[in-house]
Design a protein around this ligand. Structure first.
Ligand code: TXA
Ligand code: MG
Length: 310
């Protein structure tokens, strides 16, 4: 189907899983209460957790948000389309059913041709945003391929729903979430747009917030978790899965799941490696974390949560 037809399907209430550069999202028309309710059903996600609204361009900010600060516009201009979600005070168009009842709304322009085409077609027919969480069951590993989406939620979708295939996600970790409601940006979830990049673009001191009153499900302790138990920074024993940078030797008998050459490749391949471990029925996966800052911070953030288990 064309993106025009897909946009029409969304308008008619279908759910569409679609690719972005970070991970695959499970989308619905952000103004359609029934369709949005189905996202929560399919994901098995608590109702009070807000969804990110995906928009076609920076011009759509004002439809959904108010009190947009200058530094937020600088960020949008610098990093959109891209792996960054900005949190604003919501406008009257952002209803409780997408914001989890909060007075803020999360917006993002994804950097993926197919997603952008779909969003542009949506806009032509009056669908102002696609509300989409990652297309996994609540608490699980986010999908980075269409096949992984099918495996995660295929069984919960209905006949009218669709899964679009846009190839493997290029970043592989969820977007950086930045609270833009205060005097300076606050990072709620680390990602590929790093603290240094945000500071450089805005000239402001950027804090990383850990004691948020805001409900960010991705900041729950236990999240992004495969079925296998994740052990951090220990050598794997025989029969256990093992993930580390390529220069780390595989311990005897361990099952190597990924050998990324650098941090970018680590982020891009981590979730599929964890899934691969689950497919093989591994009970335990030992992971040697990347050191350093930038994207390595986001990788360690997700691994820490994944290691809390379920
Ligand atoms: O990269 C991504 O962000 C992916 C792709 C699909 O865009 N989406 C994603 O969505 O990771 P999700 O729902 O799995 O995680 C989004 C996070 C959640 O933890 C949610 O609570 C938070 O964004 N969020 C959304 N709106 C918010 C708001 N108004 N205030 C605080 N957090 C918000
Ligand atoms: Mg998620």
């Amino acid at each position: 189907m064309s993106q025009g037809e897909n946009a029409q399907a969304l308008k008619n209430g279908a759910l569409i899983a679609f690719p972005t550069e970070t991970v695959y999202g499970l989308g619905a028309d952000a103004s359609n209460e029934k369709a949005v309710a189905r996202i929560y059903e399919v994901k098995g996600r608590p109702q009070d957790h807000p969804l990110i609204l995906h928009i076609a361009s920076i011009d759509d900010i004002n439809y959904w948000a108010t009190e947009v600060s200058e530094y937020a516009l600088v960020l949008a201009r610098s990093f959109w389309p891209g792996p960054m979600t900005l949190i604003f005070k919501r406008s009257e168009n952002a209803k409780d059913f997408v914001t989890g009842g909060q007075d803020t709304v999360g917006l993002r322009v994804p950097d993926h041709t197919l997603a952008l085409e779909l969003l542009q077609e949506c806009k032509k027919i009056g669908v102002h945003a696609i509300a989409a969480p990652s297309a996994n069951r609540f608490g699980h590993v986010s999908p980075t391929t269409a096949a992984a989406v099918k495996e995660e939620i295929g069984a919960y979708l209905s006949a009218q729903d669709l899964i679009l295939d846009g190839g493997p996600a290029q970043v592989g970790l969820e977007s950086t979430i930045i609270d833009c409601t205060g005097n300076a940006p606050k990072i709620l979830r680390p990602g590929a747009i790093t603290q240094a990049m945000i500071q450089e673009a805005t000239g402001l001191k950027v804090s990383e917030n850990n004691d948020s009153q805001i409900r960010v499900s991705g900041s729950l302790e236990k999240h992004y978790a495969p079925n296998a138990q994740i052990l951090l920074d220990v050598q794997a024993t025989a029969g256990q899965g093992f993930i580390a940078l390529e220069d780390v030797v595989t311990p005897p008998g361990a099952i190597r799941l990924a050998s990324p050459a650098n941090t970018d490749e680590y982020a891009r391949t981590l979730y599929s490696a964890l899934r691969h471990g689950d497919t093989q029925g591994l009970k335990t996966i030992a992971v040697i974390q990347p050191s350093g800052d930038g994207l390595a911070i986001a990788i360690r953030d997700r691994l820490m949560r994944a290691s809390k288990g379920r």
